[in-house]
Design a protein around this ligand. Structure first.
Ligand SMILES: O=c1ccn([C@H]2C[C@H](O)[C@@H](COP(=O)(O)OP(=O)(O)OP(=O)(O)O)O2)c(=O)[nH]1
Ligand SMILES: [Mg+2]
Length: 149
């Protein structure tokens, strides 16, 4: 398994480090490192610290913060930025932009698991400027151009 450097910024995280819940899990749950419950009003977005900093370091990888399906579907708790992208050279605290897209206030408790982190491969590209592309079957067709059924 690949390893990445992590700094524990909040001592409470020492015993609760993110871990894969099952052997096949892709995501590592992130916790709300807050000192007291925070009520997030319907429609509001709050930046929540996770108590951790990671340094992916290898530009061939990035980390992404995604919602947890249960929090998103049942409680309306998703991400203010929809998806969080963690650059391989970022060394600051992982922060979760926590958006209550639901109709009711939600109370987030200290150390509650609120989002998840995945690490994904990334290809950095350079641009080769051209006047015309090699022909492709799709061409410029998009936005439903292949039909509905
Ligand atoms: O949900 C997130 C998204 C980003 N970040 C951190 C890591 C990431 O590497 C950095 C910058 O993120 P991004 O490039 O998406 O934001 P930006 O608005 O473009 O800021 P910057 O100008 O710092 O790149 O912020 C988080 O902690 N949580
Ligand atoms: Mg940026």
């Amino acid at each position: 398994m690949k390893t990445i450097d992590v700094k524990i910024l909040d001592p409470r995280m020492k015993d609760q480090m993110p871990a894969y819940a099952t052997p096949g899990s892709a995501g590592l749950d992130l916790r709300a490192c807050i000192d007291a419950p925070i009520t997030i009003e319907a429609g509001a977005t709050v930046l929540i610290p996770t108590g951790l900093a990671i340094h992916v370091s290898d530009p061939g990888y990035a980390a992404m913060i995604l919602p947890r399906s249960g929090m998103g579907h049942k409680n309306g708790i998703v991400l203010g930025n929809l998806v969080g992208l963690i650059d391989s050279d970022y060394q600051g605290q992982l922060m979760v932009s926590t958006w209550n897209r639901g109709q009711a206030a939600f109370t987030l408790n200290p150390m509650e698991r609120l989002a998840q982190l995945i690490v994904v491969p990334v290809v950095q590209v350079g641009f080769n400027i051209v006047d015309d592309f090699d022909t492709s079957e799709r061409g410029a067709g998009g936005f439903g151009s292949t039909g509905k059924h």
